[in-house]
Design a protein around this ligand. Structure first.
Ligand code: SF4
Length: 247
């Protein structure tokens, strides 16, 4: 008995009791803030390996950003990465962070399909599809259900069959070889057939954007219900995004 208690005491409390108000520390990079400090913008654009930085207005697209941090190392007074992990939204344009703005990224609740609110409010089952992912976002999906984050306590689970799912969650840029498989899996899913893109690769193609080895037709032809940025996304980003989606 004493041994058991000492093990429990040693382990401490492992789960995060409040995943909505938990805080993260550097070096985690979350939502960036772009100040009005003047820099060589052309140099910043050229420095970004994935074309996430644009000019007029100066902005960073978190759907493309791989969070490498190069821009903030080169221009520390211009680009500051905060530890705000609430990055998920259902509006693609909200992932574009503009100069001089410090606006939290949120979900537009009026744009959530009524079926999702009605069917998934207390229980959300998702089939995860690794569409040529590099296993990083997939690991974070797994981590979101470990003892620390425990996403299943909110009724959110990843299931083995699309027939048992309310929708699909895609990781990876979707290679040519996986394009048909994504469609077949989606077609096998019953209503409301939610589509969630998790990670930079899934949202924009990431470092593979423009490669002829990937096929993004499925994303172009279907309505995306939730974008979860990150490279890979943090479990707190994933959990908060999904909780907001089902309200
Ligand atoms: S942190 Fe993002 S925006 Fe900055 S250089 Fe890396 S990929 Fe580009």
């Amino acid at each position: 008995m004493i041994k058991t208690l000492s093990v429990l005491f040693h382990n401490g409390r492992q789960f995060i009791p409040d995943v909505i108000n938990a805080s993260l520390k550097p070096p985690f990079r979350g939502r960036p803030i772009i100040t009005n400090v003047k820099i060589d913008e052309k140099k910043a654009v050229e420095l970004c390996p994935v074309g996430a930085i644009s000019r007029n207005p100066f902005s960073i697209d978190l759907g493309k950003c791989v969070f490498c941090g190069e821009c903030s190392i080169e221009f520390p007074e211009k680009i500051i990465f905060t530890q705000d992990y609430k990055l998920a939204t259902n509006i693609r344009e909200r992932l574009i962070i503009k100069e001089g703005e410090d606006i939290p990224i949120t979900i537009d609740k009026s744009q959530i399909r009524p079926d999702i609110k009605k069917i998934c409010k207390k229980s959300l089952k998702l089939r995860e599809i690794s569409a040529a992912g590099d296993n990083s976002a997939e690991w974070e999906m797994n981590a979101s259900n470990n003892v620390q984050f425990d996403i299943s306590r909110y009724g959110i689970e990843f299931v083995a069959s699309p027939r048992h799912a309310d929708g699909i969650l895609i990781t990876g840029p979707i290679s040519q070889n996986m394009a048909k498989a994504v469609e077949i899996c989606y077609d096998a899913t019953p209503e409301p057939q939610i589509i969630i893109l998790a990670g930079t690769d899934a949202i924009s193609g990431g470092i593979f954007n423009g490669s002829r080895a990937i096929c993004r037709d499925f994303i172009k032809n279907n309505h995306v219900d939730l974008y979860i940025p990150g490279n890979p996304p943090h479990p707190l980003t994933i959990i908060n995004g999904l909780l907001n989606l089902i309200d």
